[in-house]
Design a binder for this molecule. Structure first.
Ligand code: NA7
Length: 535
């Protein structure tokens, strides 16, 4: 016999934990299922050296509990992975969340029973759980990907993926290490590993734009300012900001600013550090000529930092607008290429051919390696949802429904899949925002929705086909008013062979998105069909 719950939540990261907390407040019976041995989600798995958040600590944290945000002390401007994991563990203890979580258990399937209006959720332990609501808190960047490179299984050394890092850590001392990839994970990891390894060879396919984080111990007066004004600042982040993070958004365009003034603005933001650089002018992601001014500025910085002009050249991105692949923040990334033990291999001119028993061959040259780090990213946004065999009404598989790209309403629910919710999935601001902010917005909306359904004796909620079609078109339309779709990025699914090229997150802004979701709820869940109990 299967165990029965009001809700099953899949994943115990920031999203799953807060969802559990909110549903418990409504006295619902909830089971959270988590593949890891502990809470933390992304911050549980991504333990690679140098892993750090690129949203400031004072903003990358829960806002739902004033005592929590007052009590917790962050030690740095940008928190590192161990500190964030400690914070999530603290939240789990503080709200006594662990007792409703089944760890080391993976959900492999979920099937909707239409007459009963319930989900049957199957785990790799052979259990089947029955739940009215199935909530996917599986994370946007949790399906790690190792590319299919010939010879991989023949390699005699150790291999690692940044998103599946050994709990005990890795000692690279004295080793010849290769890193494949130069995305945000690699850019954080490379400077740290370079200090340990005997040699470090970086295999780069596409160079990335990276800005200095200028991480530092958290300034006491800055912390004090946030803590004294937390409710008002959080409110501002929710209502006014496009990303859920308070940045210094400019009202000027780069196009209408003189060369000198523009350079001064970029320089000021560059020296303060962080992603605020990208908000120097409001047209940087809308107008290619304006974008070029920012890209040229960063390329000039790379050229003055990296001593060898040929290496500097290879590190300069040229074939996509700055910011249209996720902007990276670093600590000494470009400087690392001045070290005598670090070599850059440009896979554009020396294509990766094979992994061999003793290393890697690119452009006909053999590189001898003791260890290979795959910093090769994720099947973003849809990967973790489609990893579960989800079947909705009439046995319709989500994998089939989404064969040409994800289709949903508000990024929250899918037509044909009643009572299935996705948190920060495709079609929502998700990875384009401060994800903790977007998680709270989704969880609050869902918790209120579930309370409404229960209060009105509704057994099932499902988006209408037309509402879903309109939303999918809106997500596409807004994306194409920006420069984003011009890059072959994981936002577009371009990093996964065969994945449909669709701009996955919603780029209309977290403030606008919140208003749309609230408006739908205020209008009795406009665009959804609500099926009453017994109807
Ligand atoms: P990313 O940003 O997807 O970076 C992956 C990197 O791996 C990127 O440089 C890829 O080059 C490279 N890659 C992928 N496949 C290959 C193959 N087959 N050969 C060579 N190089 C390859 O992942 P991250 O983990 O760095 O960051 C993801 C997000 O996680 C990050 O933005 C944060 O939000 C957290 P490509 O650009 O595809 O040419």
């Amino acid at each position: 016999m299967s165990e029965s719950f009001d809700a099953v939540v899949i994943g115990a990261g920031f999203a799953g934990l807060y969802m559990l907390h909110r549903l418990r407040q409504q006295k619902l019976s909830v089971r959270v299922i988590e593949a890891g041995h502990d809470v933390g989600g992304t911050w549980y798995w991504n333990r690679y050296p140098g892993a750090r958040c690129d949203v400031e600590s004072m903003q990358y944290s829960y806002s739902f509990d004033e005592d929590l945000q007052q009590d917790w002390h962050w030690s740095e401007r940008y928190a590192g992975q161990p500190e964030i994991l400690r914070y999530i563990g603290h939240v789990a203890d503080r709200f006594d969340l662990r007792r409703d979580i089944a760890f080391s258990t993976r959900v492999i399937g979920a099937e909707y029973d239409e007459p009963a209006a319930r989900w049957a959720i199957r785990t790799d332990k052979g259990e089947v759980l029955s739940a009215r609501f199935c909530i996917m808190a599986t994370g946007a960047l949790s399906a790690a990907r190792v590319p299919d490179i010939p010879g991989l299984s023949d390699f005699g050394g150790q291999t690692y993926h940044t998103a599946d890092w050994p709990q005990a850590g890795v000692d690279f001392n004295g080793l010849r290490v290769g890193v494949i990839g130069t995305g945000s994970s690699a850019i954080q990891l490379i400077p740290v590993v370079a200090e340990q390894a005997a040699t470090l060879t970086v295999f780069q396919r596409t160079p990335n734009f990276s800005l200095p984080a200028r991480n530092e111990p958290l300034a006491p007066d800055y912390e004090q300012h946030w803590k004294a004004n937390y409710p008002a600042l959080r409110q501002r982040a929710r209502q006014e900001m496009r990303s859920g993070t308070i940045y210094d958004y400019s009202t000027r365009t780069a196009r209408d600013t003189s060369d000198d003034e523009r350079a001064d603005e970029f320089e000021a933001r560059w020296s303060k550090g962080g992603a605020n650089f990208m908000h120097a002018f409001k047209d940087l992601l809308l107008d290619k000529a304006s974008n070029d001014t920012a890209a040229d500025f960063v390329r000039a910085k790379i050229r003055t930092t990296v001593h060898d002009p040929a290496v500097a050249d290879a590190l300069c991105p040229t074939d996509y607008p700055i910011g249209t692949k996720r902007i990276c923040l670093d600590t000494n990334y470009f400087e690392t290429f001045n070290r005598s033990n670090v070599t850059l291999v440009n896979l554009r001119t020396a294509p990766l051919e094979a992994i061999t028993p003793t290393g890697l061959r690119a452009g006909g040259q053999e590189h001898t390696l003791d260890a290979i780090v795959f910093a090769t990213g994720f099947d973003a946004l849809t990967g973790s949802l489609l990893a579960v065999d989800i079947k909705g009404k009439g046995g319709l598989a989500l994998r089939d429904k989404w064969a040409e790209g994800p289709r949903n309403y508000l990024g929250l629910m899918v037509h044909g899949f009643p009572n299935l919710f996705t948190i920060t999935g495709p079609g929502s601001p998700s990875v384009l925002s401060n994800v903790v902010h977007s998680i709270e917005q989704h969880v609050d909306w869902l918790a209120n929705c579930i309370a409404y359904l229960r209060g009105n004796a509704v057994a099932a909620i499902e988006p209408q086909q037309e509402a879903e079609d309109r939303w999918v078109e809106h997500v596409r339309e807004v994306a194409h008013t920006t420069l984003y779709p011009s890059a072959a990025s994981w936002y577009m699914g371009a990093n996964i062979p065969g994945k449909p090229r669709v701009f996955l997150p919603y780029i209309g802004g977290t403030n606008t998105y919140r208003r749309i979701c609230d408006d739908v709820a205020a209008n009795h869940y406009k665009g959804f069909t609500l099926a009453r109990t017994g109807s």
